[in-house]
Write a protein that binds this ligand. Structure first.
Ligand SMILES: Cc1cc2nc3c(=O)[nH]c(=O)nc-3n(C[C@H](O)[C@H](O)[C@H](O)COP(=O)(O)OP(=O)(O)OC[C@H]3O[C@@H](n4cnc5c(N)ncnc54)[C@H](O)[C@@H]3O)c2cc1C
Ligand SMILES: *[C@@H]1O[C@H](CO)[C@@H](O)[C@H](O)[C@H]1NC(C)=O
Ligand SMILES: *[C@@H]1O[C@H](CO)[C@@H](O)[C@H](O)[C@H]1NC(C)=O
Ligand SMILES: *[C@@H]1O[C@H](CO)[C@@H](O)[C@H](O)[C@H]1NC(C)=O
Length: 491
């Protein structure tokens, strides 16, 4: 079921013509200035590329805004000059990398300047330093494919269409139990600060606070124009150093899957063991159908039964398990590239007894059945955060999230609404709020900002919250970013 693009485009144009005239005043001057400096291929106010950028965000809700101009930087200097003028003119702006944010307004803007990184997609591996350098426009599938022949990979996410904005929220991958959040492997970041200054932040230079803040601080601290990250030695496509794959389960497996996931989170200490559990509810042909799934990947020749036995003994619908390379693992769930649907994320974090997980399941099932007519699908997924992952982050100089000791499950709720539907009902909005209240994060556990609702204030759940606030005040003393760009609250 592919979105019918012409329909979506017509709709966007209708909606955003009004928005344009409402907000475009000041930004038109800024955009005109930038256009005369850089030309109309780098700064665009209309045309095919402009339209494809603003209409191709993953969530339909992020295709409805109409920026006064889209800036397509080719290098960091372009970003610097534009940011300096945006700051001077007090103009709204947004940044778009892979466009997979589920938060409305975080990667597009009405009547301001949108930075789109679709012309900055280089990826390079330096085998002497063992560092991979990424420009922000690359997607994980492309980045992994580009360096795979060297037997290395950057840590990113688990779906190929997602982009580098993931790193700034922390990042969860199949490699996380061994190496930490994806951001924990940062070596060096080029960052354009809010006033247009370009700095290089590392763990040990004068920008070490900024460096740490960018491991979880999302889009609040500046625009990253280059990520240098430690390479993970994953092997080539032929090496197949993992064993695992995807298992699909029928509806009645939900409780057993949740039980097995809760036990995995509590008891598994093996950093080579990765798991992703997803309870998926969709209405097809007028019936609410559930297809639950897990992906399990073990860095070794087979799946150890003491770790995965429960999952293997639950009656399944189908499975595809076998030797796998890292890119096979990242392709197991498909690209995640659907377009044309409104999307919303929500988050939680659960530790402790199985009953807490079952409680979450019951609330979620209620939510999915009450709102099934408005949903294309909804899912609740669990990612185990093992103690080894938390330790790996600390060993590498700590991230801003810095979860307390003890394993937990990061939980995401993802709603995908009916195709082309641009607004959700008040009842559903209230239902989401209730769901977040019914399934709160266990005390002390962090929400994952890349997969939470904008109202959930993920930063306030970080152990590094005070640090984050201090660092924000230092790098953006006039609080420009929180006023002129949408993003996580709390700073
Ligand atoms: C299908 C799907 C699968 C996912 N799977 C995973 C997963 O396996 N693991 C995981 O951790 N997360 C996952 N996520 C969540 C993901 O981390 C977030 O959606 C993330 O925001 C995506 O980054 P992006 O570059 O694609 O999106 P964008 O929307 O382009 O960017 C996300 C945010 O970061 C900001 N940003 C992007 N680039 C920069 C930059 N260079 N400088 C400053 N700010 C910037 C943007 O303004 C925006 O606010 C998934 C999301 C989806 C939709
Ligand atoms: C690769 O890294 C080494 C060691 O840090 C450095 O000396 C060299 O200049 C780098 N090569 C390139 C092409 O950047
Ligand atoms: C799940 O765990 C609960 C609590 O431990 C138990 O009562 C229930 O029978 C289990 N269900 C399944 C299907 O294993
Ligand atoms: C089920 O969801 C509806 C809609 O949000 C809510 O009104 C109701 O209280 C929920 N029931 C339970 C038992 O949580």
């Amino acid at each position: 079921m592919k979105p019918s693009l012409p329909h979506v485009l017509t709709f966007c144009l209708a909606v955003s013509t009004q928005a344009y005239s409402r907000h475009s005043g000041k930004a038109s001057k800024t955009c005109a200035g930038l256009q005369s400096k850089f030309g109309d291929s780098i700064v665009q106010t209309a045309g095919a590329e402009y339209l494809s950028t603003v209409s191709n965000a993953w969530s339909l809700f992020n295709t409805l805004q109409r920026p006064t101009c889209v800036m397509y930087p080719r290098n960091a200097n372009h970003v610097q000059v534009a940011m300096r003028e945006i700051y001077r003119d007090k103009v709204r702006y947004a940044v778009q990398a892979g466009s997979h944010s589920g938060m409305t307004g975080w990667n597009n803007v009405d009547g301001g300047v949108l930075f789109a990184f679709s012309h900055m997609k280089d990826v390079k591996y330096n085998s002497t330093s063992d560092i991979i350098t990424l420009q922000p426009g690359i997607r994980w599938g492309e980045a992994i494919a580009a360096v795979e022949s060297y037997g290395v990979a950057p840590m990113g996410g688990r779906l190929t269409d997602v982009g580098t904005g993931l790193l700034l929220g922390g990042g969860l991958s199949y490699l996380a139990p061994e190496y930490g959040f994806s951001a924990d492997l940062f070596k060096e970041l080029d960052v354009v600060l809010v006033d247009g200054d370009l700095v290089t932040a590392t763990a040990t230079n004068r920008y070490s606070d900024l460096f740490r803040a960018l491991k979880g601080g999302a889009n609040r601290f500046g625009i990253v124009t280059r990520y240098a990250v430690e390479a993970v030695h994953t092997g080539t496509k032929e090496d197949k150093l993992w064993f695992g794959g995807l298992i699909l389960y029928p509806e009645e497996a939900a409780e057993a899957l949740v039980n097995a996931t809760a036990k995995f989170v509590r008891s598994v200490t093996e950093p080579k063991a990765a798991l992703f559990t997803c309870l998926f509810y969709a209405k097809t042909g007028g019936v609410l159908t559930d297809t639950h799934l897990v992906t399990l990947f073990y860095r070794g020749p087979s799946l150890p039964l003491d770790i995965y036995g429960d999952f293997l003994s639950i009656p399944f619908t189908s499975q595809s398990l076998g030797p796998a390379s890292y890119s096979d693992a990242v392709n197991a769930l498909g690209p995640g590239a659907d377009r044309g649907f409104g999307q919303n994320f929500g988050g939680s974090a659960i530790a402790g007894p199985t009953s807490r997980y079952l409680d979450a399941l019951n609330h979620f099932k209620n939510y999915s059945s009450i709102f099934q007519d408005e949903l294309d699908h909804t899912l609740m997924a669990f990612t185990p955060i093992l103690q080894s992952q938390i330790n790996a982050g600390r060993t590498r100089g700590r991230n801003a999230i810095d979860p307390p000791d003890g394993p937990y499950a990061a939980v995401v709720f993802q709603d995908q609404y009916k195709q082309g539907v641009a607004r959700i009902s008040q009842e559903l909005q209230d239902g989401r709020k209730l769901l977040f209240k019914q399934i709160p994060p266990s005390p002390g556990l962090p929400l994952y900002v890349g997969e939470s609702d904008a109202t959930q204030n993920a930063f306030a759940t970080y152990s590094g919250y005070e640090f984050l606030k201090r660092t924000y005040a230092k790098y953006d003393p006039t609080r420009f970013n929180v006023q002129y760009a949408d993003g996580p609250p709390g700073l």
